[in-house]
Ligand binder design. Structure first.
Ligand SMILES: Cc1ncc(COP(=O)(O)O)c(C=O)c1O
Length: 445
């Protein structure tokens, strides 16, 4: 008798084992069907069947250094051999020098860092620090945001993934967003709403937490005056401003950090992803001199076994040195302008492209079933339901054309490694041009 599963299952052994023994994240497990990824070079990576893809989203908007940053790989190997791990109570050269470096590249008087292992943990640290420092409990964040997966960070997250964790931790309050294309509220009006919220909450809000440019919830760039005014509003009410730079940081916007685009120094900043270019898991929460000073005589009541892991810090230090040595921030700004122009052209050519927006190499293409009414194909509810949406279909079509493209709800997220060239952009945009025929056709369904 013919074994039908053997004949029809074209998955690699790794794909089969992974599917059987490992949970897929944020998914109905029956829908999880991972492709094996085996290696990469520069802005490209290869799957288990030997297909090559331009990585147009830096995986989860984190492989900012591409897939063959040898200096980072070497630093990891060297640190693992010389001293893979020491308890956080010891000082290591990698951790100390990376701390010094972050004080140098972050704006203003941000100076002292707590190291963790992910963006989620960086945000958890920021929430706890803000609460300890202010003695207040509430955190205002926005509906279109993602700040992490653990209970505190998902509670301050606004996107639909928070719903399954609710009611979440107490004191997590949501505000509206600067979303010019998809909200009825003007971005600057939404700010005054936050001002009023703070007034109505009384003196109970520890911090306002925002992504300076919203990432996975649609690449939302506020007007230039927004972030400076938000800081003013927070301080007027005795609250801190926390900027979550987990996705916007490390050159993504053509500046070191998203808040640099608006010349704002937050009181606390969170980092991860591009901090090591995704070569090792590392999160960081940096605070201003004043907040650092506070903990001289008050307990810093926070920590992890892997706080400041030497291997991750060695990766972070080598990554930051690579951004500098290869002038990747300036490069991202230049190629980012080119990418923006090319995406605008796509917008003009495809009726299903409602909006293209972004800064540097941090861009979004929002789709629409009806440009006049700005009707989205995918909604926030779809994020929690089974089945694929039109934006998923466009990503799949792009993959068929050799381009990997992440998406969320109704927006394609375009965030390639910072070393991408104009020629690579042209190749990926040509693939996207073909893929968008899928959404154009879906307008008439
Ligand atoms: C802005 C922001 N904050 C926090 C996180 C959580 O980071 P991680 O997935 O490393 O825990 C993410 C992840 O996408 C993010 O984009």
């Amino acid at each position: 008798m013919v074994d039908e599963t053997a004949v029809t299952d074209e998955r690699t052994e790794v794909e089969r084992l992974d599917n059987e023994y490992v949970f897929g994240t944020w998914s109905y497990q029956s829908e999880v069907d991972p492709t094996e990824a085996v290696g990469g070079d520069g802005v490209r990576f290869t799957d288990g069947a030997g297909n090559e893809f331009i990585d147009f989203s830096s995986q989860l908007m984190c492989s900012n250094l591409g897939h063959s940053a040898d200096a980072v790989a070497d630093a990891i190997a060297e640190q693992a051999r010389e001293g893979a791990y020491f308890a956080p109570g010891f000082a290591t050269e990698a951790r100390a020098r990376l701390g010094e470096k972050l004080a140098e590249i972050t704006p203003g008087n941000l100076s002292k860092t707590f190291f963790s292992t992910s963006g989620t943990e960086a945000v958890e640290g920021a929430i706890k620090i803000a609460r300890m420092y202010t003695g207040k409990q509430k955190i205002i964040s926005r509906y279109r945001s993602y700040h992490g997966a653990t209970h505190g960070s998902i509670s301050v997250t606004g996107d639909p993934r928070r719903l399954m964790a609710e009611p979440g931790v107490p004191g997590a309050i949501k505000a509206p967003d600067p979303y010019a294309y998809g909200s009825t509220l003007d971005p600057m009006e939404s700010l005054e709403y936050i001002d009023e919220m703070l007034m109505l909450e009384g003196d109970t809000v520890a911090a306002i937490l925002v992504e300076p440019i919203v990432g996975s919830n649609g690449i939302l760039v506020p007007p230039d005056e927004y972030l400076p005014r938000l800081k003013e509003i927070a301080h007027d009410h005795g609250a801190l401003l926390i900027c979550d730079e987990v996705m916007a940081g490390f050159g993504r916007t053509g500046e070191w950090f998203g808040c640099d685009v608006f010349d704002v120094t937050p009181d606390i900043m969170t980092m991860a992803k591009g901090l090591t270019g995704a070569y090792a898991p590392l999160g960081a929460t940096i605070v201003t001199d004043e907040i650092a000073e506070y903990f001289e005589d008050e307990m810093f009541s926070h920590g992890h076994t892997y706080a400041g892991h030497p291997v991750a810090c060695a990766a972070g230090l080598a990554a930051v040195e690579t951004y500098e040595a290869e002038n990747l921030i300036e490069h991202a700004s230049e190629v980012g302008d080119y990418l923006g122009d090319r995406l605008e052209e796509l917008g003009e050519a495809h009726p299903s492209v409602g909006d293209t927006r972004g800064v540097g190499l941090f861009r979004g293409v929002e789709l629409t079933a009806d440009p006049d009414e700005r009707v989205p194909f995918g909604t926030r509810e779809d994020k929690l339901s089974m089945g694929s949406t039109v934006v998923d279909e466009v990503s799949t079509a792009a993959a068929d054309e050799g381009v990997y493209l992440a998406n969320m709800i109704n927006t394609l997220i375009i965030a390639p490694p910072l070393s991408i060239t104009e020629a690579d952009v042209d190749e990926a945009v040509a693939a996207l041009d073909t893929a968008l025929e899928v959404s154009d056709a879906a307008m008439n369904r």
